[in-house]
Ligand binder design. Structure first.
Ligand code: ADP
Ligand code: MG
Length: 327
């Protein structure tokens, strides 16, 4: 099949007077990882729930592996490895037993389940606690067991809604490894995240949404380029030399320099060779510089530029609600 794994067109979802989605278009090619990035309340979970047949869209349509989410929900569920009901972790079973149970639930071969269980326990740092009942686990360990359970099967298309929110940094890296392994084995992944760095690390394509609308899409590099690419930034020592410094920077820049007190910045192209040219130009103008850097915009800059607010991780409301992992 040449069709994309996930196609959404004009998805709208209204909850009473709340418009959670305002007409979302989205494509995930087979074998790709797409990151759906957006602040709290942007509509990420709503989008994922529609794509996984758990919610019906108010308008628009979505196809998963060629199947319509509204008209062919059974086929869609098979493609995304979603069982009928979301089975929860069993308190009285050990971590290992829980994973084995999920494997049985999916009718997966026993030898596969055993191998996969060992791998997931290791990836989520639960090997030592594997033979203890889940009820003895800390909040962080439960969350990791939860994630591991959801990854026992390797469906052809996988949706992950904020898979690393609330995980400690080490477990986050473990999760990234598991996702990368899945992708290496051919799984297509759509993940939502509030972490810009995560989208940057994992996703080939990033779709930024806000207020139920797609406000930007592209690779991390393309998004960074959208807001102007690299900038050179210099700080000068003598305020009376500003004009000479601006002239020197203008000569190497690709756009008009911006002056903020002793700091002068300008868009540039051509990478680090620009730095050498800038040093020469400043030198020939006799301008003394206290700092000189080439700054690549981060996804944080992109996010701020697009949404007018900083990314979620800075907001106290976005702190993990489950409490810190004590494991
Ligand atoms: N079941 C619901 N009933 C009413 N409003 C909802 C419901 N689910 C989500 N919303 C609203 O829809 C918007 C998008 O929510 P959501 O998809 O959960 O965003 P995100 O996952 O990006 O944080 C929010 O304003 C939220 O309050
Ligand atoms: Mg959500």
């Amino acid at each position: 099949m040449t069709q994309a794994a996930v196609i959404a067109e004009g998805l709208v979802k209204e909850f009473g007077s709340v418009k959670a989605l305002n007409g979302i278009d989205l494509t995930v090619e087979r074998g790709q990882v797409v990151g759906l990035l957006g602040p709290n309340g942007a509509g990420k979970t709503t989008a994922v729930r529609i794509l996984s047949t758990l919610l019906t869209p108010t308008a628009g349509r979505a196809m998963i592996a060629g199947y319509d989410v509204v008209k062919q929900p059974e086929q869609v569920r098979k493609a995304i490895g979603l069982t009928g009901q979301a089975a929860a972790v069993n308190e009285y079973l050990t971590g290992r037993e829980n994973l084995m149970m999920f494997g049985a639930l999916y009718h997966l071969p026993k030898t596969y389940v055993k191998e996969r269980t060992d791998y997931l326990l290791e990836s989520f740092e639960l090997t030592e606690a594997a033979n203890r009942p889940a009820k003895t686990y800390s909040g962080g360990m439960r969350r990791r067991l939860d994630l591991a359970s959801s990854l026992i099967a390797q469906p052809s298309i996988l949706f992950l809604d904020e898979p690393t929110t609330g995980l400690d940094p080490r477990s986050r890296l473990g999760m990234w490894d598991v996702i990368n392994d899945l992708v290496a084995n051919g799984t297509t992944v759509l993940l939502t995240t509030q972490y810009l760095e995560e989208a940057d690390q994992l996703a080939q394509q990033i779709v930024v949404i806000d207020h139920g609308l797609v406000i930007a899409k592209g690779t991390a590099e393309e998004l960074k380029d959208q807001i102007g690419g690299d900038r050179i930034e210099i700080s000068i020592v003598d305020p009376s030399r500003v004009n000479e410094a601006v002239d020197a920077i203008r000569a190497v820049a690709s756009g008009e320099p911006l002056v903020e007190e002793l700091k002068i910045s300008a868009p540039v192209s051509g990478g680090s060779t620009v730095l050498v040219e800038a040093v020469r130009a400043l030198d020939s103008q006799g301008v003394e510089v206290s700092d000189l850097v080439l700054r690549r915009p981060t996804l944080d800059d992109v996010f701020l530029h697009l949404t007018g607010h900083v990314a979620e991780e800075d907001k106290p409301a976005e702190k993990p609600k489950r409490g810190r992992s004590r494991s």
